[in-house]
Write a protein that binds this ligand. Structure first.
Ligand code: ADP
Ligand code: MG
Length: 704
C-alpha cells in the first residue's frame, strides 16, 4: 500500500486537535487526518457580506454586523437575569442579549472596541435583537476564516455535544488542519488522473479544501460535485466488479424441466400463474441452465406472488437432482412458508423440512443428517440455515426472501454451502427506486414481477385521527361480522422501547373491552414473546379462530392471511412510507375489498400530513418508494440500514444526485469492461481504494 500521509497521521498528532478532543474523535471512529477531512459539512452559513442594522428585517437569516458596544446593563435576578448591550454600527442601534454566562461576557467584551457580531436576529417592532451572538474582533475573525465566505457547519452527534464538542470545535480543528498541514502536504489524488481529466473533475486536494473553506460559490459547487461523484463512483465500481465476477462463476447446469415441475404445474398449481410470474420463472430457468452461476434479484410489490415463483424454481432444482433452500428473516415467516410449501409439495412425495432457531435439538439431530445425505429435498428456515452444522449433499439453489433484511455476508455464506456455488435468487418486496437499486444491488441481474394476480382490488386507504377511534372500531366490527379478519399494528420499532411496549399493552387491554369474549377472540404477537407462543397466536389467527391480530412490526414482512381485510395502523406517523406500504400489503390478498386505516394524532406536522396523503393516494410500491426517498433521504429508507450494505452516504444524496450517479455508473462500467480486475497500472489506485473501502466497511459491520 502506498504511503499516504493523511491516512498515516493520527488525530492526536495534529496541532489543531486539543488533548481533550482526541478520545471524543476516536470514539466516533475519526482516527486520522484523513478521517477529519472527510467529515463533510452538513450546511453552510452565508457570511459573504457585512450587514447594516437598518437592512435587517424579519426575513433575515444569519447576519453579521461590524460596530461597537456602547452600553451594557444587567436586569432581573436569578434565573430571570439577563444582560443587554447596545450595539452601534455607526448609523443605528440593535440589542445584544445574553441569558447565560453573563459574568464572562461582562469581563471579556468592552465598550468602544470594534467587534463583528454574528447570529440569527429576532425583530420586536422595529427593534433588532441578537441573542447569544458570536463575537469576534477583526483579528480573531481572520483566524477563523469565516469572513466573506460560506461558513461550513457540521452536524455533531448528541453524544459529542454533551462533551462540549460542537460544530465550532469541529470547524476550528479542520480549519487549522487546512491552514497548516494541508498547506505543507498536498492531499494526494484518489481517482486515476485520466478520470479526473476526462470528466473535468476538481482535484481531490482542491475539493477537500473547498468543501470546508469555500473560496467562492462556484468552487464550492465543483468541490461538492467531485466528492459526490467519487463516493458514488466507488460504490458503482465495487458493484460492477462483483457483477462481472459473478457472471464468470461456473454454475450447476439445470438442463431439464422434468416430472416434478410438470406434475406440479399441471395437477397441483393452486391458480394459473400470472404472465409476470411465468416470465420471471423463464428468466430464472435460463440463468440456471446457462452453465454460469445465477445471481438474481426478484423484485415484486407486496402480494405479487413471489413465493409461488420461489417454489416452482426449487422444483426445477429438484428435477435436476439438486436440493434447494429458502431462507427468510423471521420465524413467523419461516413457519408460514413451510406450511404453504409443505402442503403443496408433500403430495408429490417431496421431502420438505423446517429449520429455525427454535427447532428442538432432537429434531435437529435427525434433520441435519438427512440434509447431508440428500434425503431432504427442500429446507425452509431462518438464519439458522447459515450455521456451519447445516450441510447439504447437493445444494443447487438458494433463495433468500425479503433480502432487504439480510446483508451481503449472509448471501455469501449460503453460497459457500456447496462445492460449486448454488444459484442464488434473492427476493424483495421493498420496492426500491432505480437509483437505489443500482447502488445496492448493482452486482445482481434483476427480474421484476410487474403484475398483480387477477381480481385484486386496490386496498382502500383512510387517514383517521385518534378522536375517531370509536367509529373506526365500529367499522372493524362490521367487517368482522362479514366473516373478515383484522390486523391492528402498534409501533414497536425497538423491542426494548419501554413506552412503546406499554402502549401496545394498554392498547390490547382497551381492545379486550371493545371486542369482548366470547363474541370476539384477539390474538397478539410481539417480539418479546417466545417463538412457540408467537407461533400459536399466529396459528389462531391464520386458522380463523381469532378475528383480530394485535401485532408489532414482526408481521411486517411476508405474513399471508388472505381472509384478513383490514389493516389498522396505530401511530402511523411513526412508520416510514415503505414500511406502511409493507404493512398494508398484508391485506388485499384475496378477492374481497380490503381497507387500511392510518391512525394518527390530531396534531401532526405538515410532513406527516403529506406522508399520509401519499399513502391514501397511491398503492404503487415503487411510487411510494420514490416518495420515501425524496421525503426522508436514502439514509432512512428501510432496509438500507439493516441490510449491512450500509448505504449511509457521506455526501451524495441518492434522491437528488441521480445525474451524478448515472455518470459514476457509466464510468465504472467502462473501466470494468476494459479491465475487470483493475490490473492496469493506471487503475492501481482504484484497486487500492476498493480494498481500503472494503476494510472500512467491515469495521463498521462489526460495530453495528
Ligand atoms: P409476495 O410477493 O408479497 O411474497 P405472496 O407470494 O405471499 O406475495 O402471494 C400473495 C398472495 O397471492 C398469496 O395468497 C398467494 O397464494 C396469492 N397468489 C400468488 N400467485 C397467484 C396467482 N397467480 N393467482 C392468484 N393468486 C396468487
Ligand atoms: Mg413474500
Amino acid at each position: 500500500m502506498a504511503q499516504n500521509f493523511y491516512k498515516d497521521t493520527p488525530v492526536q498528532d495534529l496541532p489543531g486537535v486539543k488533548a481533550w478532543c482526541v478520545p471524543i474523535l476516536e470514539d466516533e471512529g475519526i482516527e486520522t487526518a484523513h478521517d477529519l477531512l472527510h467529515q463533510f459539512p452538513s450546511k453552510y452559513i452565508d457570511r459573504s457580506r457585512m450587514y447594516k442594522i437598518k437592512e435587517i428585517n424579519g426575513a433575515s437569516q444569519y447576519i453579521q454586523v461590524s460596530g461597537k458596544i456602547t452600553h451594557m446593563a444587567i436586569t432581573g435576578t436569578g434565573r430571570g437575569q439577563r444582560l443587554t448591550a447596545k450595539f452601534f454600527d455607526g448609523e443605528s442601534y440593535m440589542d445584544l442579549v445574553w441569558f447565560q454566562a453573563i459574568d464572562y461576557i461582562v469581563r471579556t467584551y468592552h465598550e468602544n472596541v470594534t467587534y463583528i457580531v454574528f447570529g440569527k436576529p429576532t425583530i420586536f417592532g422595529n427593534k433588532v435583537q441578537l441573542a447569544h451572538p458570536e463575537i469576534d474582533t477583526p483579528t480573531s475573525i481572520m483566524k477563523k476564516k469565516v469572513m466573506g465566505v460560506q461558513q461550513s457547519h457540521y452536524s455533531i452527534p448528541e453524544k459529542m455535544k454533551r462533551k462540549k464538542f460542537t460544530s465550532a470545535t469541529m470547524r476550528s480543528i479542520i480549519v487549522e488542519e487546512l491552514e497548516g498541514t494541508v498547506k505543507r502536504n498536498p492531499i494526494p489524488e484518489n481517482l486515476p488522473q485520466y478520470l479526473v481529466d476526462g470528466l473535468k473533475l476538481m482535484s481531490n486536494h482542491d475539493a477537500l479544501v473547498n468543501i470546508h473553506l469555500p473560496g467562492n460559490d462556484r468552487l464550492l459547487a465543483e468541490a461538492k460535485y467531485r466528492l459526490k461523484f467519487e463516493e458514488l463512483f466507488y460504490l458503482q465500481l465495487k458493484a460492477q466488479r462483483a457483477y462481472k465476477r459473478n457472471k464468470g462463476f461456473v454454475g450447476n447446469v439445470f438442463n431439464t424441466i422434468g416430472d416434478i415441475f410438470n406434475t406440479f404445474y399441471s395437477k397441483h398449481l393452486p391458480f394459473p400463474l400470472t404472465g409476470a410470474q411465468k416470465r420471471v420463472i423463464k428468466e430464472i430457468y435460463n440463468d440456471c441452465r446457462s452453465g454460469k452461476q445465477m445471481n438474481r434479484l426478484l423484485q415484486g410489490d407486496v402480494g405479487s406472488g413471489k413465493t409461488l415463483v420461489a417454489t416452482m424454481c426449487m422444483l426445477i432444482a429438484l428435477d435436476n437432482g439438486y436440493q434447494a433452500c429458502l431462507m427468510v428473516p423471521t420465524e413467523i415467516l419461516a413457519n408460514q412458508h413451510f406450511e404453504t410449501i409443505y402442503q403443496q409439495l408433500s403430495p408429490l412425495g417431496i421431502n420438505v423440512a423446517l429449520l429455525t432457531g427454535s427447532t428442538k435439538q432432537a429434531t435437529r439431530k435427525k434433520l441435519l443428517p438427512m440434509l447431508a445425505s440428500g434425503e431432504i429435498n427442500i429446507v425452509i428456515g431462518t438464519h439458522a440455515l447459515l450455521e456451519d452444522s447445516v450441510k447439504f449433499k447437493r445444494l443447487g439453489l438458494a433463495i433468500i426472501d425479503e433480502q432487504h433484511r439480510f446483508g451481503v455476508a449472509q448471501r455469501a455464506k449460503l453460497q459457500a454451502k456447496n462445492a460449486l456455488p448454488p444459484h442464488v435468487l434473492v427476493m424483495t418486496a421493498t420496492p426500491i427506486p432505480r437509483t437505489l437499486a443500482m447502488t445496492m444491488y448493482g452486482d445482481l441481474e434483476v427480474s421484476t414481477i410487474d403484475e398483480m394476480p387477477p381480481g385484486r382490488k386496490p386496498v382502500m386507504t383512510y387517514h383517521q385521527f385518534d378522536t375517531n377511534r370509536y367509529q373506526v372500531y365500529d367499522f372493524l366490527k362490521r367487517e368482522i361480522a362479514k366473516g373478515r379478519q383484522v390486523y391492528i399494528v402498534y409501533p414497536l420499532i425497538d423491542e426494548n422501547e419501554k413506552l412503546d411496549y406499554q402502549s401496545l399493552m394498554s392498547g390490547y387491554e382497551q381492545l379486550l373491552h371493545v371486542f369482548p369474549k366470547p363474541q370476539y377472540n384477539i390474538s397478539m404477537v410481539h417480539g418479546r414473546m417466545k417463538a412457540a407462543e408467537k407461533d400459536s397466536q399466529m396459528q389462531d389467527f391464520a386458522s380463523g379462530r381469532s378475528q383480530i391480530l394485535v401485532a408489532t412490526t414482526v408481521i411486517e414482512v411476508g405474513v399471508n392471511v388472505p381472509n384478513a381485510s383490514v389493516m389498522l395502523i396505530e401511530s402511523a406517523e411513526r412508520f416510514g412510507l415503505s414500511q406502511l406500504h409493507q404493512l398494508r400489503g398484508r391485506v388485499g390478498r384475496g378477492a374481497d375489498q380490503s381497507y387500511c386505516v392510518l391512525m394518527t394524532d390530531t396534531e401532526i406536522s405538515k410532513t406527516i400530513q403529506t406522508r399520509m396523503d401519499i399513502m391514501v393516494g397511491s398503492t404503487n410500491g415503487f411510487d411510494i418508494a420514490e416518495w420515501d426517498l425524496r421525503l426522508r433521504g436514502e439514509g432512512d429508507i428501510e432496509g438500507t440500514q439493516q441490510s449491512g450494505t450500509a448505504l449511509k452516504m457521506k455526501i451524495a444524496d441518492l434522491s437528488t444526485d441521480t445525474q451524478i450517479l448515472h455518470r459514476a455508473h457509466d464510468a465504472a462500467v467502462k473501466i470494468i469492461e476494459a479491465d475487470p480486475e483493475l490490473n492496469a497500472p493506471a487503475n492501481a489506485i482504484l484497486f487500492e481504494e476498493l480494498e481500503e473501502r472494503a476494510k472500512a466497511e467491515e469495521n463498521w459491520g462489526n460495530i453495528s
